[in-house]
Design a binder for this molecule. Structure first.
Ligand SMILES: N[C@@H](CCC(=O)N[C@@H](CS)C(=O)NCC(=O)O)C(=O)O
Length: 250
């Protein structure tokens, strides 16, 4: 029996990509348990067995088979991993520096994260039936977040809270970065030079390519929405890549 951490996930999910990136950055072996978000089927995040472990019904989620510890929410998982393995480069242990990372992680959820509802989901997930009102609200909130990045956080620093990338940058990138021209091509970052510089720097952070292959496979969806089959194919390719990578870091 394996004692590796189990990560319940599909590669396309923004929140999942953040957790996978941290794990690949540190080359920590783990087991990926393919879990379909929103599905009530046996391998779904709304199946009663999954809900009994993770009441929020979302991916990513973490299970430690050794201790039985269960945890959901990507930010909580990233903080937990950094605390447990003392990855203080990604989550500084100096109180004030850590508090600034926490500041951004909390802010993120109703601002930067809206990239998914305002831009990604309307093209990639029309089945979610988002209303125009909800989409426009998300676009406004994302615009606030992006402006805060451009004119404040990234105006002062190379990365969000300082000179080094932390889990705040990883959390933000999986949302903002997915819209870039090399991926879905859903947003023009030309008017945002600080954000553009930061996006380029983040692509160099170890673990980026392994956690983002799924988006390279999906490609430009700005003109034609992908079919469900295209999403599945990209997810399967992303999953296979991760499985291969995990054989290398075991
Ligand atoms: N705040 C959560 C968001 C996770 C989330 O929304 N996951 C989506 C997939 S991207 C999900 O599992 N949706 C399924 C559902 O809500 O039924 C986190 O950061 O982990």
């Amino acid at each position: 029996m394996t004692n590796k951490l189990k990560i319940y996930a599909v590669p396309m999910s923004q929140a999942v990509r953040a957790v996978l990136w941290v794990l690949f950055n540190k080359e920590l072996p783990f087991e990926l348990v393919l879990t379909i978000p929103g599905s009530k089927d046996e391998n779904g995040s709304r199946h009663p067995d999954y809900l009994s472990k993770f009441p929020n019904g979302t991916i990513p989620a973490l299970e430690d088979p050794e201790s039985g510890f269960l945890l959901a929410e990507s930010h909580a998982i990233m903080c937990y991993l950094c605390n447990k393995y003392e990855w203080t480069d990604l989550y500084p242990n100096q109180h004030e520096a850590r508090a600034k990372v926490d500041d951004f992680l909390h802010y993120h959820h109703r601002n930067i994260k809206e990239a998914s509802v305002g831009y990604f989901a309307p093209m990639a997930r029309p089945d979610l039936g988002l209303t125009e009102g909800a989409i426009n609200m998300s676009k406004r909130l994302f615009s606030n977040g992006l402006n805060a990045l451009e004119t404040q956080w990234l105006e002062k620093n190379s990365f969000i809270t300082g000179d080094e990338a932390t889990i705040a940058d990883i959390a933000a990138y999986v949302e903002v970065g997915q819209l870039q021209s090399q991926f879905t091509n859903l947003f023009d970052f030309e008017p945002f030079p600080n954000v553009t510089r930061w996006l380029n720097a983040m692509t160099q952070l170890k673990g980026h390519d392994d956690s983002h292959l799924v988006l390279s496979e999906l490609g430009d969806i700005s003109k034609t929405p992908p079919e469900m089959e295209d999403l599945m194919t990209a997810n399967i390719k992303g999953f296979k890549h991760i499985a291969q990578k995990l054989t290398e870091i075991k």
